[in-house]
Design a protein around this ligand. Sequence first.
Ligand SMILES: Cc1ncc(COP(=O)(O)O)c(C=O)c1O
Length: 399
Amino acid sequence: MPTKIPAHTLPLSRSAQSIAPFRVMKILGEAKALEAQGRDIIHMEIGEPDFPSLACVNEAAFAATQQGLTHYTPTLGLPALRQKLAEFYGHFYQAHVDAARILITPGSSSALQLTLTALLNPGDKVLMGDPTYPCNRQFVELLHGQVVSVALNESCNYQLTLAQLQRHWQADIKAVMVATPANPTGTLIEQSELFAMAQFLAERNTWLIVDEIYQGLVYGRPAESVLAHAGLPDNVIVINSFSKFFGMTGWRLGWCIAPLALMPILDRLAQNLYLAAPTPSQYGALRVLEADALAELEQRRQIFERRRQVLIESMQQAGFKLKTQPQGAFYLYWDVSDYTDNAEALAVDILEKTGVALTPGTDFGKQEGHHHLRLAYTTEEKRLIEAVQRIKTFLSALP
Ligand SMILES: Cc1ncc(COP(=O)(O)O)c(C=O)c1O
């Protein structure tokens, strides 16, 4: 008889054991449990569009599988998709991007991990704002890097600035990570600022990783890419995804655009880590970049724009103070310090008492996360209005 060893006594890696949970999943689990009991839950916790992927995308992917196109693609991605993306940048962003610089990945999550794996040695420092997309901190720590966090607030529109880079500069910083529009705040970095940051970092031999995953979901102004700058230095790596604007979260497809010199390394890493991005998804993505599909997505963007307006107005009418107004993505980061020092407990209370599911800021911010809730306007306008009413009634009744 083989000896039976209880699995929990077997050794694990320190980095795996220290990885932080994504608290939104806890809220989501509780929200689903309440729904199963028959409660009416308004979901504003999840960071994905509520729309399904476009019918033409579903059909194109299915047609590809019917034609037997179900094998691995080249590791860098389908050549036709890389080429089409390059043309997409030229057409919509006036950015000249060589298709040879594009790597298709399983979600931008893989693009982020791959890029950081290519750049970091143990102990290397990566500077990022706080609040930030939480997985970035975890990716760096899994690679035994060190996160240098810079506290952000409304005075800098919750985005890193050149002045902050200058103030917080340390000689051993290897890379800086930004996202525009950002999660959880929906705020943007002005392109002139981003360009100046890229130059400052290039002079210090440091990488700038620009996450443009919410590109396309920008309101009241045109969507932009850092790649449009003539003379952009070669230290910039752009991350993007078919998840958000393109509404394809479950297809797990993203991309990164890196300097040519980095491509062979990214290729080798990807060959080892996941071989290739999902093939049917890549055929679906080829279809989503056609003009008619993009026109449908533009209509959805306009729906998000209206929802954003409705949510901001409802919050203001309810007497809630907003320190910043999102210019993109589909989030509003709400300072709840007037009501609590414990956003996690407040999120649970709001869910249990009102049936509105929100994400505590502690997922995103180590400094001020306990004073924030993230509201995702990924549900219909009338439900957003109702959610604000329910929250107002609940908060007004607090002692
Ligand atoms: C800023 C940011 N980057 C990256 C991701 C990862 O998305 P995906 O792997 O679906 O492309 C997310 C997901 O919410 C995000 O908000």
